[in-house]
Design a protein around this ligand. Structure first.
Ligand code: SAH
Ligand code: SF4
Length: 391
């Protein structure tokens, strides 16, 4: 591939309504659900109330069977069951790591598979979800970027990952039980497979459902979207989703970032930093997380640490240092622990939090950048990966 070839978004989103099948209620906004109910014969005057009822059953109680929606009449439930489905991705496998991390392989329409990772910690439980099958971008250190096949996930498939994880964790409320404020699944990070800002509308709709107070009800402060730097969509993320932002920064010069995160050729550091400076103001979020993968001899020098501090000056930030997670055929090595600590120290001295991310679920290939469906057959060759990395 020509390294200068434009990055395109030639991905396909399957229609939410399959040609002959009943319509899936999952993934619809409240307005879309209202329209769907009216088309199915619900009186306009009643439609809003019906949406409220169905919404609570699905997203608050986790009900999947119209027959259980007991505050609706029998006839109405029968009509719903004939016209609609409540359909979630299918969990194909579930692996549990020695450290408690769970990795799910879920199957979506078309037989595609994506991975979802649940990471329990003492004060929270984070679900790492995917936004695309594969990724159109080709970051040279990322396993997902070596996967050729790409398709955008629908809003249903995105919020569906949260719902199947809650199923597995047994976390839907039980009627009558006291309200439990300590949630097993308390945070969402869009850090799985795919570039969420190349699937903006579906990600936005899915997160709106996850944030809706009558349902899953996760605060926007507990949702973090990670992007490789799709600059024009960053302001939109602030305005239309308002969640926390993480940026896959990874380099301190355009030259190195062009090689690691090729989207940098389209939107270089200066443009990216301008967009990031605006984000906290527009989204009213506290600070931006800078993700920085530690690659031995590539981006991990003291000079890099000093340059990083200079670049982000004035941006409320936390720098998350990610020890590189190796995958078969990867063209990089992880920086040594000493090097990572030295790098972290320099940043810390400059007044920024600089946690070193502890790899989780490595034994089940669940760590950052390792995600890729095992069943995915179309792979790039080692030579192609190396060439794209400019090696
Ligand atoms: N596409 C989005 C979100 C998914 S990647 C993005 O790039 O931000 C989630 C994070 O894992 C990103 O910061 C990514 O750069 C990082 N990552 C990818 N491959 C990795 C690897 N092999 N080791 C460590 N981190 C990796
Ligand atoms: Fe895509 Fe993110 Fe991987 Fe880059 S790091 S290839 S943007 S998933």
């Amino acid at each position: 591939m020509d390294a200068k070839a434009p990055i395109t978004q030639d991905v396909l989103t399957i229609p939410r309504k399959l040609p002959d099948g009943p319509q899936n209620l999952i993934g619809l906004s409240r307005d879309q659900m209202r329209d769907a109910l009216i088309s199915a014969g619900t009186k306009e005057k009643q439609a809003k109330m019906r949406v409220g009822q169905i919404w609570q059953w699905i997203y608050h109680w986790g009900v999947r069977d119209f027959g259980e929606m007991t505050n609706l009449s029998k006839d109405y439930r029968a009509m719903l069951a004939e016209t609609f489905v409540i359909e979630l991705p299918e969990v194909v496998t579930r692996q549990v790591s020695d450290d408690g991390t769970r990795k799910y392989l879920v199957r979506i329409a078309g037989g595609h598979e994506v991975e979802v990772v649940y990471i329990p910690e003492t004060d929270r439980g984070t679900l790492c979800i995917s936004s695309q099958v594969g990724c159109t971008l080709t970051c040279s250190f990322c396993h997902t970027g070596t996967q050729k096949l790409v398709r955008n996930l629908t809003a249903a498939e995105i919020v569906g990952q949260v719902m199947v994880a809650r199923d597995d964790l047994g976390e839907w409320p039980v009627p009558g039980a006291p309200k439990d404020e300590t949630r097993l699944l308390s945070n969402i990070v869009l850090m799985g497979m795919g570039e969420p800002l190349y699937n903006f509308e579906n990600v936005r709709e899915a997160m709106k459902i996850a944030m809706d107070p009558e349902g899953i009800s996760l605060s926007r402060r507990r949702i973090t979207l990670s992007t490789s730097g799709v600059v024009p969509e960053i302001a939109r993320t602030a305005q239309e989703i308002g969640c926390q932002l993480a940026i896959s920064f990874h380099a301190t010069t355009d030259d190195v970032r062009d090689r690691l995160v090729p989207i940098n050729k389209r939107w270089p550091l200066a443009d990216l930093l301008d967009a990031l400076r605006e984000y906290p103001k527009v989204s009213n979020s506290e600070r931006i997380t800078f993700e920085y993968v530690m690659l031995d001899g590539v981006n991990d020098s003291d000079a890099d640490a000093h340059r990083l501090i200079k670049l982000i000056e004035g941006i409320p930030a936390k720098i998350n240092l990610i020890p590189f997670n190796e995958w078969p055929g990867a063209p990089y090595k992880r920086s040594s622990n000493n090097r990572i600590r030295k790098f972290a120290d320099i940043i810390y001295q400059a007044g920024y939090a600089s946690p070193i991310r502890k790899p989780r679920g490595e034994d089940i290939m669940a760590a950052c950048g390792q995600l890729k469906s095992a069943t995915e057959r179309q792979r790039k060759s080692k030579a192609q990966i190396a060439q794209e990395a400019g090696l």
